[in-house]
Design a protein around this ligand. Structure first.
Ligand code: NAP
Length: 336
């Protein structure tokens, strides 16, 4: 069976996921496209999915009889209504992060899915499908003993002028927030944010770098350096310290060169290259589960937990180093 997918939002990631479905992965085809920018949807149709039908609105695409599953890759603030409409239509839906722009919005999606009675939503937290993180989780669960500390860094070479302090959480650290809950099988209880002096490449509306310290229910301390003007490359680091030893996220594969009395290896500069394979795997999982009418992987509950944690981290950014509590309500049994 070929799963018939409709894509809402044909910007950078919507186009890339359409390419994946049409040219890389098996088992699905893009049969419908929609974007407020009709020219963008038409360009993606022409370049990648010539048989797809164009819809004026995301709602019309979701309601279309030929659409069996939906990809929501539009601007973040539009995610909640589209995901709610897909749930109401009983169609599996892959939603890029954020699931919603507020914790309340994400909770409305959780409630709608619980009421529907079956998982339909997968959130685009692709790091869970990265081969390095999967290997790290195996090491943490089988070899290094109960985790005590996590040291992590998320570094970008540069960001646009419009990138402000809270975006370090919402746009950048959101991936760490999700992946550490999954890696440690744990939930957060508090967040603190500490700032060194501002880096010279930053500006007055961006505190950069910053260090977020998360504490978990099991007593693990996680420190995440976010440095979005680090200049040298896109670099994701993570080391877990356990009772018996430590485990480190593997570096991306690179050729080790010896040239002119120097050892050299390349550091990536673009996040798309760093996680390209994990996007393929996450969509493969979506296609497999949606073909059976359901969803697996990062859930609406995980999207909600990430939203609650991000809100606490943003509050902590303005709390002079004081801890901000992170509280989640009881998890519905649908997500056990
Ligand atoms: P983008 O290039 O700006 O594309 C978003 C597209 O959605 C634009 O074509 C935009 O049209 C369109 N749009 C806006 N409102 C819409 C609506 N109501 N209905 C349908 N289409 C609408 O952004 P992007 O970089 O692809 O990001 C899209 C989403 O994916 C964001 O939520 C982002 O956080 C997420 N994302 C996730 C990852 C990841 O690592 N998982 C990576 C990149 C992006 P206009 O241009 O006319 O506004």
């Amino acid at each position: 069976m070929t799963l018939k997918i409709g894509v809402i939002g044909t910007g950078m990631i919507g186009r890339d996921h359409t390419r994946r479905i049409q040219q890389v992965l098996a088992g699905a085809e893009v049969v419908a496209l929609s974007d407020v920018n009709a020219a963008s949807a038409e360009a993606v149709r022409k370049d990648l999915a010539p048989n797809a039908k164009l819809y004026d609105t995301g709602e019309a695409l979701i309601a279309a009889p030929e659409v069996q599953a939906v990809l929501v890759t539009s601007w973040g603030a539009t995610h909640e209504p589209y995901v709610l409409a897909a749930i109401a239509a009983g169609k599996p839906v892959f939603c890029e992060k954020p699931l919603a722009t507020t914790a309340e919005g994400a909770r409305r999606i959780v409630d709608a899915e619980v009421k529907f009675g079956r998982r339909l939503v997968q959130v685009g937290f692709m790091r869970r499908y990265d081969a390095g993180y999967v290997a790290l989780k195996h090491a943490v669960e089988n070899h290094t003993g109960a985790p005590i500390l996590v040291h992590a860094a998320h570094r970008n070479p540069a960001v646009p002028e419009a990138y402000l302090t809270p975006m370090a959480i919402h746009d950048t650290m959101i991936h760490e927030i999700d992946v550490f809950r999954w890696l440690l099988n744990d939930d957060y209880v508090s967040a603190r944010v500490l700032y060194p002096r501002n880096a010279a490449r930053s500006h007055t509306k961006l505190r950069d770098p910053q260090v977020v310290v998360l504490e978990t229910q099991k007593g693990v301390l996680i420190n995440v350096e976010i440095f979005v003007n680090c200049a040298y490359g896109y670099d994701i680091q993570c080391e877990v310290v356990g009772e018996e030893g430590t485990a480190k996220l593997p570096e991306p594969m690179t050729v080790d060169m010896r040239l002119g009395a120097k050892r050299q290896s390349t550091i990536l500069t673009d996040w798309k290259d760093r996680f390209v394979a994990s996007y393929d795997v996450e969509l493969n999982h979506f296609i497999a589960a949606a073909s059976k009418g359901g969803a697996t992987g990062p859930s609406a509950w995980d999207g909600f937990a990430a939203a609650v944690t991000s809100d606490a981290c943003v509050l902590a950014q303005e709390s002079n180093g004081q801890a901000v509590a992170i509280e989640l309500p009881a998890r519905p049994s649908l997500y056990n």
